[in-house]
Design a protein around this ligand. Structure first.
Ligand code: IPM
Ligand code: MG
Length: 354
């Protein structure tokens, strides 16, 4: 098979972790006799510094012309602490999501037996936790207008907007996953306060009737935040709006023991994007210490979702599991043992695959 991918390393540790993930993809393609074609493109602060735009038209064209996008991370402290910056790296990510029509962000939350001890939660609570967060990605308060400041600068506002169509497509997608899994869907909202949430619930309650095999439950976001920590095993598929999903998925990552372990897939109407859920970790830039596993696991998701290559995805996960068992890991999960470099972990995994 011919696989054509766009590679967007981005900022901070992005280039280092993406380099390892790309090597993994190459190794898998070699092993399974696929042809991998890839093109690199600029995104984020790096793109602002080079061409003045965090998601340049050329990058978009390359993404549109590819079967999948492998994405690193964006964000830079230079912009974070400068509220008056005219253009921010994050706008690049949001523009990419909007322009590629990536309306669903899928974040599987699973545990790794060899890492359970790293979770701040009790082992019996997290051992075997396995759920999937589906976050709506192109609507809500991230994109709603108006957004801005009053003329005197004393008032600021953001607007949360959802249409029935946007809600329906994400809820249907979530039911699709629930049907393939343990057939339980938790719809997370704040319908006791927000108008948009009441529309979510109304739409979900209508669709619920079409999926009688799935048990549907409704939960307020504050309660969901608590239950994720209290009893994560109760969840199978969770679906929610953009900002609730942003917050809950970071929270859910602690179940795994490290933010450095969780991959994600963003899918929609054009090319899908695969990226780690963590950020650009600027303090570690160039030090060869960042954990490449979330990005390598994103490559597994890419094989699975973009190319329907299940054995290839499995091979990547098996290699990652093996590296954990052998303790060939970066400092964030080394737990006092030897800490390997980003590149050493990547190399071990490609060697394992060959
Ligand atoms: C994420 C990130 C982004 C978001 C930021 C970098 C804009 O936190 O992908 O979760 O808020 O969506
Ligand atoms: Mg986030």
């Amino acid at each position: 098979m011919k696989l054509k991918i766009a590679v967007l390393p981005g900022d901070g540790i992005g280039p280092e972790i993406v380099a390892q993930a790309l090597e993994t993809a190459k190794a898998v393609c070699k092993k399974f006799r696929h042809e991998l074609f890839y093109r690199e493109a600029l995104v984020g602060a790096t793109a602002i510094d080079t061409v003045g735009n965090p998601y340049p038209a050329e990058t978009h064209a390359i993404c549109m012309d590819s079967d999948a996008v492998l994405f690193g991370a964006i964000g830079s402290p230079e912009y974070d602490n400068n509220p008056s910056a005219k253009v921010r790296p994050e706008q690049g990510l949001l523009a990419m999501r909007k322009q590629l029509g990536l309306y669903a962000n899928i974040r599987p939350v699973t545990t790794f037996p060899s890492l359970i001890h790293k979770s701040p939660l009790r082992t019996d609570l997290v051992d075997g936790a396995d759920f999937m967060c589906i976050r709506e990605l192109t609507g809500g308060i991230y994109f709603g207008r108006p957004q801005g400041r009053s003329e005197d600068g004393e008032t600021a506002y953001d607007t949360c907007v959802y249409t029935v169509e946007e809600i329906e497509r994400i809820i249907r997608l979530a039911y699709g996953y629930a049907l393939k899994r343990r057939k339980k869907l938790t719809v997370v909202d704040k319908a006791n306060v927000l108008c948009t949430s009441r529309l979510w619930r109304q739409v979900a309650q209508k669709l619920e009737k079409e999926y009688p095999e799935v048990e549907t439950e409704y939960m307020f976001v504050d309660n969901a935040a608590m239950q994720i920590i209290q009893w994560p095993k109760r969840f199978d598929v969770m679906v929610t709006e953009n900002m609730f999903g942003d917050i809950l998925t970071d929270e859910a990552s602690v179940i795994t023991g490290s933010l450095g372990m969780l991959p994600s897939a963003s899918i929609g109407t054009h090319t899908s994007v695969f990226e780690p859920i963590h950020g650009s970790y600027p303090q570690a830039t160039g030090k060869d210490i960042a954990n490449p596993l979330a990005t390598i696991l994103s490559v597994a998701l890419m094989f699975e979702y973009a190319f329907d290559l299940q054995a290839e995805a499995k091979a990547v996960r098996k290699a990652v599991d093996a590296s954990l068992v052998e303790k060939i890991v970066t400092e964030d999960i080394a737990a006092g043992g030897k800490a390997y470099k980003t590149s050493e972990v990547g190399k071990w995994i490609t060697d394992y695959l060959y």
